[in-house]
Write a protein that binds this ligand. Structure first.
Ligand SMILES: *[C@@H]1O[C@H](CO)[C@@H](O)[C@H](O)[C@H]1NC(C)=O
Ligand SMILES: *[C@@H]1O[C@H](CO)[C@@H](O)[C@H](O)[C@H]1NC(C)=O
Length: 346
């Protein structure tokens, strides 16, 4: 059986006083020179061109490293991993700005094909590779970023030195964007995090880094604001009549009450569908005030003209928004094939 990487979980603060908390030694070390090892701190800064050699203690070790390193480069892997009996080695020769990121390893204990892992068998470090490039290079000249209602958003302008001063800027009109640590904050290992997206943040933004007289700008981020619903729609459905007679017109209405400016798509399934019965539907969306709150009422009405026997059955409406789809049905009793009084043998 293959062991899976440990799931990311929130760190729980120890309840015992710090002196009594067992602090396991990290299984991750760095080889600084032949035969010389160094405990790896939470973050470490190397210079472009350096060699990064990490060791992880354990018999069965897995590594995680910046995704970029997994790409082949000039026919060879930039990051070479070798497993030994009691440890594993990760080697990056001639490190570059793009190699900046988190490196982690964990070791398994496997017995009778059952593998276990735990916090004490894990090590990680954030490694900055500084040089002429202040930002970790990306492939794209600009990136489209969706800002969604109530969802925090990352602008991943990651720097290659923890000492770089980084500010956020708008392209048109050119101005610096205020970073108050509350609505927007900066994390040297990740970039800018927009905690409370607003429509006014939309537009073209970039990061500016300065260090030792160097100033560089990041990839541009094209921010698009999207009104994002808090949940999947909750439709209700009802027919204009529960029973219809032959030749009568009827309609089935599917209604969703939700947040304003959130698109809802409707699709229908109905008994006459297989034979290509052509009902038609009409949609509308209006704002409605309910209990002091403005809500959007979205509706789809399916019209069936001149009811026939085939129209008897279940009318199903599926309403979809960005959070999901909800399906509701109602039953319509259609006209019998033959009137009861004309059925033979009764
Ligand atoms: C956003 O969060 C606020 C407060 O938590 C909540 O009242 C509101 O319904 C949420 N809106 C959406 C669209 O998720
Ligand atoms: C739906 O059908 C009923 C009965 O034929 C009709 O009275 C009603 O106006 C129709 N509703 C709409 C929105 O057309």
């Amino acid at each position: 059986k293959t062991a899976k990487p440990p799931k990311a979980k929130a760190r729980v603060k120890p309840t015992a006083p710090p002196s009594q908390v067992h602090q396991p030694a990290s299984i991750l070390t760095r080889v600084v020179a032949r035969g010389r090892f160094q405990k790896v701190p939470d973050s470490l800064t190397l210079t472009a061109g350096d060699t990064l050699e990490l060791r992880c203690r354990g018999r069965s070790v897995r590594w995680r490293f910046p995704a970029y390193l997994e790409d082949e480069d000039e026919g060879r892997l930039r990051c070479v991993i070798k497993h030994f009996e009691r440890h594993s080695q990760l080697l990056v020769v001639n490190a570059r700005a793009a190699d900046t990121g988190e490196y982690s390893c964990w070791s398994f204990q496997c017995r009778d094909s059952e593998c276990q892992d735990g916090e004490d068998r894990m090590g990680k470090a954030f490694i900055f590779i500084t040089g002429q490039e202040l930002f970790v290079p990306t492939e794209d000249y600009y990136e489209v970023v969706q800002l969604r209602t109530n969802h925090s958003t990352l602008l991943p302008c990651q720097v290659t030195s923890p000492l770089a001063q980084v500010t956020l800027h708008r392209e048109f009109p050119p101005e610096e964007v205020a970073v108050d640590g509350l609505d927007i904050s900066y994390d040297v290992k990740r970039g800018f995090v927009i905690h409370r997206p607003r429509p006014s943040y939309a537009g073209s933004l970039f990061c500016l880094a300065s260090l030792d007289g160097m100033r560089q700008i990041s990839t541009k981020y094209m921010l698009i604001y999207i009104n994002y619903p808090s949940s999947a729609p909750k439709p209700t459905v009802g027919a204009s009549a529960a029973t219809v007679r032959a030749g009568e017109n009827f309609n089935v209405t599917c209604t969703v009450l939700g947040e304003p400016e959130v698109m809802v798509d409707f699709t229908w399934e109905y008994p006459g569908q297989q034979i290509g019965r052509p009902p038609y539907s009409r949609e509308r969306a209006d704002l409605a005030r309910r209990g002091g709150q403005v809500q959007q009422e979205s509706e789809s009405i399916l019209y069936v003209d001149e009811a026939r026997a085939i129209d008897d059955g279940l009318y199903t409406c599926s309403a979809t928004n960005l959070q999901g789809t909800t399906t509701v049905s109602t039953r319509v009793r259609g006209p019998n094939l033959l009137p009861f009084s004309l059925l033979p043998f009764v």
